[in-house]
Write a protein that binds this ligand. Structure first.
Ligand code: HAM
Length: 504
């Protein structure tokens, strides 16, 4: 590890705690995704994975660090992403590296590096993970952001464009996020040359009222003029010439086909001539996913398009077309939360295993090892108090609770409590697994939850239980107080009913 200067350590921004101490906190624009929030992220990844499977995309992981030149060459030297936002540094060996600001260049590099050109085309890959952009942090704009992306390399047909647009739409739809797809075509290099000239000519007439950024873009990257979000520039943007009028015959034909397929699919889209995308590699079809309530597209949930020249530009085979998109997972998650979408917990245990007393604890930790392989289990063996353990069981909303005390250890039995009916019975350890399988199967009927706690079974269980309870009176680590706990259960159950937040 390189030796750090003392000042470097002291300069780290710290937060003063209530105890007067200073804590190191996260880097500006970066954040923790806490356990209780993971379910939203997993929901997005699960939905992404489902779509990847449905349309034949294979998962690829590329390194977070790449040579900075990869992005300079592909994303574009003069893009904001590379010019202003890239996290780059020279490492101890003198290599100039960058933390990936986006996923597409890495996937294209991998395609070339691993000779994927020899595989059946198109090669279809998807990825997810963190990207890094030194942007001004604000709502929906992070410096460590997360993307889920899809890239298909080696196919130029418009069916691919339409299918990719559909895939992103399907992910949003599956998640219950209402989006309107914004579609445009920015043609090929030839179409754009003519268009840029017309655009600059038009903007020059209005240079007196343009923002500073637009004045710069006019010379450096005229297509980006259409990306400007400054209020004063909007009326000018509205009247600007449209790229669609400058498409050559091939590009026009390609785009019309894409739209035909979208129409065929009944996919709601908006033909939006202002969508130009901010990265250099795009050509022909470009698109973005805007939330239905974000009519100005201030916070796109995703975007993509064709990048037919990128493979060749990066040293791969000539004329290797490609198309792809990525979703901003942070923003999709924010939408799920904003809409109060109910997202199931990623892991919902069925059975909680509680224990009371040292010898029960020893047996429980061993028994748990075989049970967890067959059932969805949970436990809190580090806790001694039975009440505390049962409270955990309630929070996990398990169907059954196993309780092992001293007497049960002596008799090779275990107590099984139905958390829905509150009924409990003693079961021989030898029959435990079969009993659990039977009960869990019976628990869920076609129309939801079927409680096995009928009057008949209850009567049988109660009569079975009584002698045990009497015998236990003299024991130290027995489950006598389970009756008291039962009333505790009711109180806890009420709390759960009232909406105690999940913490699993
Ligand atoms: P992009 O438009 O730069 O495209 O990013 C895609 C999505 O990432 C955006 O629509 C947005 O939802 C999210 N995003 C971007 N920056 C931030 C940020 N600072 N904080 C939070 N979310 C953000 C690309 O990255 C291309 N590689 C997409 C692509 C794939 N094109 C072809 N294939």
């Amino acid at each position: 590890m390189p030796r750090m200067k003392k000042t470097m350590i002291e300069e780290v921004p710290k937060k003063k705690t209530s105890r007067g101490k200073k804590e190191i906190i996260t880097v500006t624009g970066m954040r923790d995704i806490l356990p209780q929030d993971q379910k939203y992220w997993q929901a997005v990844y699960n939905s992404t994975k489902k779509i990847a499977n449905d349309y034949g995309y294979g998962l690829i992981d590329t390194p977070i660090l790449e040579y900075a030149e990869l992005y300079v060459k592909s994303t574009g030297k003069q893009t904001d992403l590379v010019e202003k936002e890239m996290y780059s540094f020279t490492d101890q060996g003198g290599d100039f590296l960058a933390a990936r600001p986006e996923g597409t260049p890495g996937v294209v590099r991998a395609y070339i590096q691993h000779g994927m050109v020899n595989l059946p085309q198109p090669v279809k890959m998807f990825y997810h993970g963190p990207m890094f952009r030194h942007e001004k942090p604000q709502t929906g704009r992070y410096r460590q952001l997360h993307q889920a992306g899809f890239e298909a390399i080696g196919e130029d047909g418009p069916t691919l464009d339409a299918q990719l647009i559909l895939m992103g739409y399907n992910i949003m739809n599956d998640l219950g996020v209402d989006v309107v797809v914004q579609v445009n075509s920015i043609g090929c290099v030839n179409c754009r040359e003519e268009y840029k000239k017309a655009l600059v000519k038009y903007y020059k007439q209005h240079s007196k009222v343009l923002c500073e950024n637009c004045l710069l873009r006019m010379n450096k990257n005229p297509m980006r003029l259409l990306d400007c979000k400054e209020l004063g520039c909007q009326p000018i943007k509205e009247e600007a010439p449209q790229i669609l009028d400058y498409l050559d015959d091939d590009c026009k034909k390609h785009f019309m086909k894409v739209l035909e397929y979208l129409d065929e699919l009944n996919l709601p889209y908006n033909l939006n001539p202002r969508i130009v995308r901010g990265l250099d590699y795009y050509n022909r079809t470009v698109f973005e996913y805007w939330s239905a309530d974000d009519i100005e597209g201030k916070s796109a949930l995703g975007g993509g398009g064709r990048f037919d020249g990128l493979v060749e530009l990066m040293g791969g085979r000539e004329n290797t077309p490609a198309c792809g998109f990525s979703l901003g997972v942070d923003r999709v998650v924010a939408k799920l939360r904003e809409k109060e979408t109910i997202v199931p917990d990623d892991y919902q245990p069925d059975i909680f295993f509680a224990q009371l007393g040292e010898s029960a604890k020893k047996q429980a930790i061993v028994l748990y090892e075989s049970l967890r392989k067959k059932f969805k289990m949970s436990q809190a063996f580090y806790k001694d108090s039975l009440k505390a353990q049962l409270e955990s069981a309630n929070r996990f909303k398990v169907k059954y609770c196993l309780i092992l005390g001293q007497k049960e250890v002596n008799e090779d039995t275990i107590m099984l409590r139905d958390m829905n009916g509150g009924v409990q019975e003693i079961i021989g350890l030898g029959k435990l697994e079969a009993e659990l399988i039977k009960r869990l199967e019976k628990y869920t009927s076609e129309d939801g939850v079927e409680i096995i706690d009928t009057d008949e079974t209850r009567a049988a269980l109660v009569s079975k239980k009584r002698p045990h309870t009497q015998e236990r009176d003299t024991e130290e680590n027995n489950l006598d107080d389970i009756g008291d706990l039962s009333s505790g259960f009711t109180a806890i159950e009420d709390e759960v009913e009232a909406g105690t937040p999940d913490d699993y």
